[in-house]
Design a protein around this ligand. Structure first.
Ligand code: MOS
Length: 726
């Protein structure tokens, strides 16, 4: 049942329902909860990349007033250890910490100081002295680690057809390698936790994207029953993947709470956000593309080399995009990993697609140039409605429409194919395009709706353990509840981020919107269905929820619903698609550049709220600009520490770096994807942005920039002459 007059329901660009809480500082992040008697702790980081701790002097720290405990491997609680030498990092993995004297990377946690105040803990942490037996040959150099490269598992490789034959029959071959650096997520809200231990029961206010998975990690790590762990993340100030799993400050806080008998707060510092809360590893992606003169692809291979830590394995699936995006009969995708003495990388916004699409979409542009074909025509020619990697049709795929509508909006027809021919005074002007695709998963999700009748008004509360990581979950769930109960959003309260609420997959992998909203819809429908059945009202009869409650003589009623992928979903490949366009101006004297404008066209099913969806896309694009032009974490070549460890040297684009961004959503409902026809957009926005920029830089300068970030300095290295007229 839908209320046709409801202007706050699904599809409307309403303001965020939690907006007023945010601007008044009332939306509480993890470290802002008032927990009586809480004390503070500060993690201590190793200052070597590899070796062993041989002695520890805690005496000076322990003498300080306020210091309650110094915890190191010597006195730490015993935690569950990994069963295998190399375990896979996931959102539910255990997170043992302070269990041995071994150091695996620079910045690894080796201790924790607990004190009455934050300042005491910070100061005392600096006074704990560690003596090491240092291994002088840590694996901190990408090139020198090549010999250690290994194939993580059978799924790391994929092939169809015959890549050699495909390359042999090609008229043109592009064979190039792209490099992307280590990157860090850096959400504005620092990772934080306030943990209590009460007779074997844990309560943790923690900045986590998936509270249910956090309870699994915590209970497994401490070997306590899952029902004894409650994780609360009412509001999360950004995550981008860094808060998907439980990082070790959470475990240290719980351990400390148990040891000192008081709730313990740990707020990770910004420098620790480089060393202890995940990162995107650097990737070397070797591409081979073969095509006939007429632009038909004959071969595509995508081979990725990345690194992981010595103890935990994470593999970013960079090559996945090359398996499914184009109609190419001969395809090879491989992934290799090298263990290095750096922290374990993990998912960062669009893991796989963000980096993989940079390599693929630049290589496609290189091939189009070789063929003297328009890069849009080249892509359209190789479009496919079948996912050849799974032999399943796409549930919907409007990639060609995204490219064509984007071209129209952007004014692509004014592009000059020959580089360095579009000029304005001192500026070389380039246009670039790229295609984007991002898988749109959908996972089993539960929701509960609680109805309360107050006179002639029905108020509804919708509960689920979903999180809002700044994306707008509260708002779209409120809109869904409003829509399917037929009441205004003002009468809906949404409660999220508590593992005591019905379970959801949390926020990650662009599955949030579809999963949460379909479950919220199911709960509302269940309530209405039950209330009708109780009074023998036909299902198709439209009765307002207020009348249903009255006819049932109920003041209050609650119902649970759940949603999960259908058979149709499983028989299709479900992806969101998009196209990115970029105009860049490069100053030919300084080689400094400005992005002048960007156009993004997305097809992501039904758009629940154009305003929050727009926020997701421009946020993703901004991260894509950072990836293309500014963001890079540098490893010190001798000691393995990160040289970049603040926003002073890790450059995230700010408003002044950005330009006009036009975002267009194609009107669409993908009913195969799920009942509401919704697909993910959180990660689509970053995907292939870097390629559109690199391709625009080629169009402006004639230089192929294959190493990110593309800095003016690299343009000079590529042979651009400074101060010489083009
Ligand atoms: Mo995302 S990298 O699954 O938060």
């Amino acid at each position: 049942m839908q209320n046709k007059l409801n202007t706050t329901g699904v599809g409307n660009a309403i303001d965020r329902v939690e907006g007023h809480l945010k601007v008044r500082g009332m939306a509480k992040y993890a470290s802002e909860f008032v927990v009586p008697n809480k004390v503070y702790a500060q993690g201590i980081n190793s200052t070597i990349a590899k070796g062993e701790i041989v002695s520890i002097d805690t005496s000076e720290a322990e003498k300080l007033p306020g210091v309650l405990k110094v915890i190191t491997f010597k006195n730490a609680e015993k935690l569950k250890a990994f069963d295998k030498k190399m375990s896979e990092l996931s959102t539910t993995s255990i997170a043992p910490v302070l269990q041995s004297n071994k150091v695996h990377f620079y910045g690894e946690y080796i201790g924790l100081v607990v004190a009455e105040t934050f300042e005491q803990a910070q100061y005392a942490a600096r006074l704990v002295k560690f003596n090491y037996k240092e291994d002088k040959n840590p694996a901190i150099n990408f090139d020198k680690s090549r010999g250690k490269a290994y194939k993580p598992n059978e799924q790391s490789d994929y092939s169809r057809g015959d890549i050699k034959a495909g390359l042999a029959e090609a008229d043109e071959v592009v064979e190039v390698t792209y490099n992307t650096p280590i990157e860090h997520h850096h959400p504005m809200e620092l990772h934080a936790v306030i943990a209590s231990w009460d007779n074997g029961k844990v309560t943790a206010y923690a900045s986590q994207q998936i509270v249910r998975d956090a309870t699994i990690c915590i209970s497994d790590t401490f070997q306590i029953p899952k029902k004894n762990v409650r994780v609360i993340a009412s509001f999360v100030g950004g995550g981008f993947g860094s808060k998907l799993n439980v990082e070790r400050h959470v475990i240290m806080a719980i351990m400390a709470a148990k040891m000192v008998g008081k709730p313990v707060q740990v707020t990770v510092t910004r420098p620790q956000m480089f060393t202890n809360t995940g990162m995107r590893q650097s990737n070397e992606q070797k591409m081979r593309v073969g095509a006939k003169k007429d632009g038909i692809l004959t071969a595509l291979s995508h081979e990725t080399l990345s690194h992981t830590s010595p103890t935990l394995e994470f593999q970013e699936p960079c090559g996945m995009v090359s398996q499914m995006l184009y109609k190419v009969p001969n395809n090879l995708v491989t992934h290799r990993l090298m263990p290095m003495n750096l922290q374990t990388p993990f998912a960062m916004r669009a893991p796989g697609e963000a980096t993989g699409s940079f390599a693929l979409e630049c290589a496609m542009d290189e091939m189009a140039w070789k063929l003297k074909m328009d890069p849009i025509d080249f892509r359209v020619k190789n479009d496919t409605q079948m996912d050849l990697s799974t032999n399943r049709p796409f549930s919907s795929r409007l990639l060609v429409e995204c490219l064509h509508i984007g071209a129209e909006k952007f004014g692509w027809k004014n592009r000059k194919m020959q580089p360095r021919t579009n000029k304005n005074g001192n500026w070389l002007i380039g246009y670039g395009v790229s295609a984007a695709s991002r898988e749109s998963p959908y996972l089993k999700t539960y929701a509960k709706v609680i109805l309360a009748l107050d006179g002639d008004t029905v108020n509804a509360t919708l509960q689920m353990d979903a999180t809002d990581i700044g994306t707008g979950s509260y708002t779209i769930v409120a809109q869904t509840t409003s829509e399917y109960l037929g009441i205004p959003v003002a009468q809906v309260t949404v409660q999220l981020g508590d593992s005591d609420f019905p379970p959801t997959p949390g926020s990650g992998g662009s599955w949030g919107a579809a999963s949460f909203c379909n479950a919220a819809m199911a709960a509302c429908e269940k309530a209405i269905k039950t209330l009708k059945a109780n009074r023998n009202i036909k299902e198709e009869e439209e009765v307002a929820i207020v009348d249903l409650l009255k006819q049932n003589q109920l003041k209050a009623f609650e119902a649970e619903g759940s949603a999960e992928p259908s058979e149709a979903f499983k028989n299709h490949s479900v992806f969101s698609f998009g196209a990115n366009f970029c105009e860049i101006w490069v100053d030919k004297d300084s080689l400094m550049y400005r992005i002048k404008r960007m156009v993004n066209v997305g097809s992501a099913g039904k758009i629940l709220n154009p305003k929050t969806a727009y926020g997701q896309i421009i946020g993703g694009i901004t991260m894509g600009v950072g990836m293309a032009l500014t963001e890079q974490t540098k490893v010190e070549p001798n000691f393995g520490n990160f040289i970049t460890r603040s926003f002073g040297d890790y450059h995230v684009p700010v408003n002044l770096d950005m330009s006009n961004i036009d975002v267009v959503f194609l009107p669409e409902e993908d009913k195969i994807a799920n009942k509401m026809g919704v697909k993910g957009i959180g990660e689509l926005g970053i995907t292939s942005v870097a390629a559109s920029i690199a391709n625009a830089i080629f169009n402006a300068t004639g230089k192929r920039m294959r190493d990110l970030p593309i800095t003016p300095e690299k343009l000079i290295q590529a042979g651009m002459e400074v101060g010489v007229s083009a």
